[in-house]
Write a protein that binds this ligand. Structure first.
Ligand SMILES: *[C@@H]1O[C@H](CO)[C@@H](O)[C@H](O)[C@H]1NC(C)=O
Ligand SMILES: *[C@@H]1O[C@H](CO)[C@@H](O)[C@H](O)[C@H]1NC(C)=O
Ligand SMILES: *[C@@H]1O[C@H](CO)[C@@H](O)[C@H](O)[C@H]1NC(C)=O
Ligand SMILES: *[C@@H]1O[C@H](CO)[C@@H](O)[C@H](O)[C@H]1NC(C)=O
Length: 475
């Protein structure tokens, strides 16, 4: 009970000065003074009375509901990690959800070392009630791109899983108190959602510092109706960090700490030959699945795309109108595929009307300058990203779901596609061979001032041009 002794320690230092009439500056001469002074016996007594009182005030509710031990555990877990090693194995558990669609089994999103499979057990219970132990079913997702570790679901099926509050995945059927239990989420399904549109952005890593593009993208998303953005953060650059903190303060952004590099050597790409490592792309598949389950009863729709991509409605003013239109015609669709289109960051719009001095010192790409889209390549199917109804998704990959309920619908390019400003894919094409697509300009009236405001709130000085460097513009 590390937590308890901590509180004891804190109370002791707070209380002794009162008890002895001394001051904090005297340090701890308490023991000496107490010797032979009966009045201090009274002091000691009142110390314990007050301590008892404070304990009841602090922890009373927890003691009454029997959640003290578990809150302690989760308190510590929160301070630690979203990634928990499974003892005596090379595997990891991430988070646990009740799956109302699959026999109310408990699904533990996990990272499994594919060549080291061993029997695993689920140990679950409802607060202080009896523990249940069942053999776990491990489903490794079919997309692992050849890396040794893969995203997986550990399924716990057994009596009264629907009542479980906590679960642990273990290599052993016996229970030990050092075991890490995860809280079971999604225990109560709802039909009303806190958000209509949530974006899940997987694993931000290394020194990613594309601040201007991020601010523009976030403001663009707000204008098309997104209420909530979730980013899994391994690490990032200093300017992006300022913006992350700004949007977190604002309330639209939720940061999930994702220190996967402390446990594994993540690959910086999807190709295990080119980018060797333990796990595909900083655990992208794990975070996407975690995010879908985390928002199953929080968000009507979840968008799964990268940090530099905007899922943009072209026929409707915003995402709510678009999804209403699509869903009216496609009643049983749970997965909408959105085509990705590349806007090379090396081709600039010629009037330079958006090359604003205010943005000169902000590192990153200015998406408003890049309105040239690469044409469709013959015989090549464009990769897609996803808008999903999370309640229809069992397992997802990056470009499509792996297991889902309902139907899958490929949204026509002219209704919606992704604006993805990045290095060219068809680098040989001249500007004349690219297509003009200036959809973001439609939002300029609000977008430009909103971006300025966000940058300033994040702590950037837009009007100091003394440190202007050409390099930031050319990036
Ligand atoms: C779940 O908990 C409720 C309330 O405590 C109880 O009535 C019910 O029997 C439990 N169900 C199972 C399957 O244990
Ligand atoms: C399970 O734990 C018990 C008690 O700690 C131990 O004796 C046993 O060897 C363990 N079994 C496995 C398979 O690790
Ligand atoms: C979500 O959409 C519904 C109906 O389309 C609307 O009533 C509700 O206010 C929206 N919720 C949010 C958080 O915007
Ligand atoms: C992102 O992660 C890095 C590395 O752990 C950390 O230094 C930074 O503060 C995190 N940013 C936010 C906004 O949480």
């Amino acid at each position: 009970m590390k937590h308890l002794s901590l509180i004891l320690e804190r109370n002791r230092t707070a209380l002794y000065p009162d008890v002895t009439g001394g001051t904090a500056a005297e340090g701890f001469p308490v023991k000496q003074k107490m010797k032979g002074k009966r009045v201090n016996l009274l002091g000691l007594l009142s110390f314990f009375v007050i301590l008892g009182f404070l304990l009841i005030v602090y922890l009373g509710a927890d003691i009454l509901t029997g959640t003290l031990y578990f809150n302690y555990h989760h308190f510590v877990k929160k301070l630690q990690n979203s990634i928990t090693p499974i003892e005596h194995s090379e595997h990891f558990m991430i988070s646990a959800f009740l799956d109302h669609r699959v026999d109310r089994a408990i699904r533990v999103i996990s990272i499994i070392r594919r060549d080291s499979l061993q029997p695993l057990y689920c140990i679950y219970h409802h607060y202080y009630s009896d523990y249940q132990v069942v053999t776990a079913e491990v489903e490794i997702h079919s997309d692992h791109f050849g890396f040794p570790f893969g995203a997986a679901d550990v399924l716990c099926r057994g009596p009264s899983t629907q009542n479980a509050s906590h679960v642990a995945v273990s290599t052993n059927t016996s229970i030990s108190y050092s075991m890490d239990f995860l809280p079971v989420r999604n225990r109560v399904p709802t039909e009303t959602f806190q958000y209509n549109f949530t974006i899940c952005i997987s694993s931000l890593f290394r020194n990613y510092n594309n601040a201007l593009q991020f601010a523009q993208t976030m403001e663009m998303y707000k204008l098309v109706g997104v209420q909530h953005v979730v980013i899994y953060n391994t690490s990032c650059g200093p300017d992006l960090e300022k913006l992350l903190q700004h949007y977190q303060r604002e309330g639209i952004l939720e940061i999930v700490s994702w220190p996967v590099d402390q446990f594994l050597t993540p690959s910086a790409g999807w190709n295990s030959q080119k980018h060797p490592g333990d796990l595909h792309y900083y655990g992208q598949l794990v975070t996407l699945n975690e995010c879908v389950y985390r928002h199953m009863y929080q968000s009507r729709y979840v968008l799964l795309n990268d940090i530099d991509e905007i899922i943009m409605p072209y026929k409707h003013a915003n995402l709510p109108l678009m999804m209403q239109g699509l869903q009216q015609k496609q009643k049983n669709v749970g997965v909408f595929l959105i085509e990705n289109h590349i806007f090379p960051k090396t081709q600039f719009e010629e009037s330079h009307k958006y090359r604003r001095p205010e943005w000169r010192n902000i590192p990153g790409v200015n998406i408003m300058e890049h309105i040239y889209r690469e044409p469709q390549r013959p015989h090549i199917i464009n990769p897609t990203k996803l808008i999903v109804n999370p309640r229809y998704v069992l397992q997802t990959s990056v470009h499509s779901t792996l297991k889902s309920l309902g139907e899958v619908y490929r949204v026509p390019f002219n209704v919606c596609h992704i604006i993805h400003v990045r290095v060219a894919l068809q680098g040989r094409l001249s500007k004349e061979q690219l297509l003009v697509d200036s959809r973001v300009w439609d939002f300029e009236d609000q977008l430009v001032p909103n971006v300025d405001r966000a940058l300033q709130s994040a702590g950037f000085n837009l009007y100091d041009h003394s440190s202007f460097t050409q390099a930031t513009v050319l990036e």
